[in-house]
Design a binder for this molecule. Structure first.
Ligand code: HEC
Ligand code: HEC
Length: 340
């Protein structure tokens, strides 16, 4: 009898222990899941402890908030208001929206977000060889990727866009050294990017949304692009940052294919470089022309993937366009070391 009681007690103890272990395991699994950044319906990370995402429902309900919201609207519906048939003004030359390249209204981590941007301007830029204000930088994107005119510096629209960008940075500290949260990093590959291989990646991974001809698809009202074009007269102009193979690879690696956003990119570094070089191959894929002779007067700090001379080095234009980039990077790093 006593033995039986002991056995029963042991049985219960084991069961309690068993339940305890199960509960701990479940709790751990739950915690492990929630402490990792989880993509939400938009593909954003909702709970990123180190990098809190701006929550647009918290834009204040006051006069400043009104202008911030106006800026947000222009940022997401640029074509409707400022496009070639814009309701407010005709500023941009294509029907793209700012958010086409600055995902989730400029809030998606590693996908060209503008969260810390306001904190980093005025900033010296080698493309212009001078210090740019935030308004100058906004106008860069109106002129180049949007292939348009400059927005008047004192217009309500410019103020509103800047107010929105300022609001995005609330509670953040500028990380000047490391911009990987802004645009994800990519390791340079050892060979040149290959447009022929890139075409295969394009056919497998991009055609579905951007179309076989890369021209994307307009929304049903014909007002803006639902899937923006990757080349051609309605795409970003030459000399846009997206026209440079390294920058485009970083964006494509972390932001595309759009639907599969997770913490881990889908494309390998090689695939990202190859497809970026295919899209940006100017022989097969022309795009709006911009005179670029005056770009990057500061040759020492010229982006190594800017494929228009003059250069301080003797690498070919082709190598500046497609790589291999490592030797060029090394060349300029050594020059800087020697100067010190
Ligand atoms: C075709 C793609 C594209 C479109 C469309 C576009 N941008 Fe950009 N934008 C870029 C890229 C690429 C960069 C540079 C990213 C980098 O290298 O840091 C950039 C940079 C910026 C920056 C500077 C960010 C920083 O932290 O230095 C601002 C501000 C900006 N864009 C605003 C806008 C606005 C406003 C619009 C709409 C009028 C717009 N962009 C449309 C691609 C685009
Ligand atoms: C599931 C649909 C989808 C797929 C697949 C996809 N994209 Fe996109 N892409 C988009 C959308 C949507 C945007 C605009 C994002 C926005 O407005 O929120 C975009 C934007 C872009 C942009 C910036 C805007 C522009 O037109 O220049 C580039 C570059 C780009 N995609 C390249 C690619 C490449 C390369 C692939 C294949 C590796 C790819 N995309 C696959 C949907 C897709």
């Amino acid at each position: 009898m006593r033995k039986a009681l002991q056995t029963t007690a042991l049985f219960f103890k084991t069961r309690i222990l068993f339940f305890f272990i199960c509960a701990t395991l479940i709790a751990c699994l739950y915690n492990c899941n929630t402490s990792k950044p989880e993509p939400n319906a938009n593909g954003s990370e909702t709970a990123h402890n180190h990098y809190p995402l701006p929550d647009t429902s918290k834009i204040p309900n006051d006069k400043t908030g009104e202008e911030i919201r106006y800026g947000l609207m222009l940022f997401t519906k640029t074509a409707k208001y400022l496009g070639p048939e814009g309701k407010l003004a005709k500023i941009t030359g294509n029907k793209m929206n700012c958010k086409n390249c600055h995902l989730d209204q400029g809030r998606r981590i590693k996908c060209n977000n503008l969260i810390e941007t306001y904190l980093k301007y005025p900033q010296y830029r080698s493309r212009e060889g001078m210090v740019l204000t935030i308004e100058d930088r906004v106008n860069n994107c109106f002129e180049r990727p949007m292939n348009g005119k400059m927005l008047a510096y004192d217009s309500r629209e410019m103020r509103a866009i800047v107010a929105y960008i300022r609001w995005l940075s609330e509670g953040h500290v500028a990380s000047f050294e490391d911009d990987t949260m802004h645009l994800g990093k990519i390791a340079l590959i050892d060979r040149a990017a290959d447009p022929i291989k890139g075409q295969k990646v394009f056919e497998q991974r991009c055609v579905k949304c951007h179309g076989e001809d890369g021209q994307g698809r307009m929304d049903s009202f014909n007002i803006a692009y639902e899937y923006p074009p990757l080349w051609g007269p309605n795409s970003y102009a030459m000399g846009s940052s997206m026209h440079r193979v390294i920058t485009a690879s970083r964006f494509i690696k972390w932001a595309m294919p759009y639907e599969q956003f997770t913490a881990d990119p889908v494309l390998s570094n090689e695939e990202a470089f190859d497809v970026a070089s295919y899209i940006n191959n100017d022989t097969i894929h022309p795009r709006p022309y911009r005179p670029l002779e005056k770009d990057c007067p500061d040759l020492e700090n010229k982006p190594i993937d800017f494929p228009f001379g003059p250069f301080l080095d003797t690498f070919s234009i082709k190598q500046h366009k497609y790589g291999p980039f490592k030797p060029i990077k090394e060349f300029y790093a050594n020059r800087k070391k020697d100067k010190k």
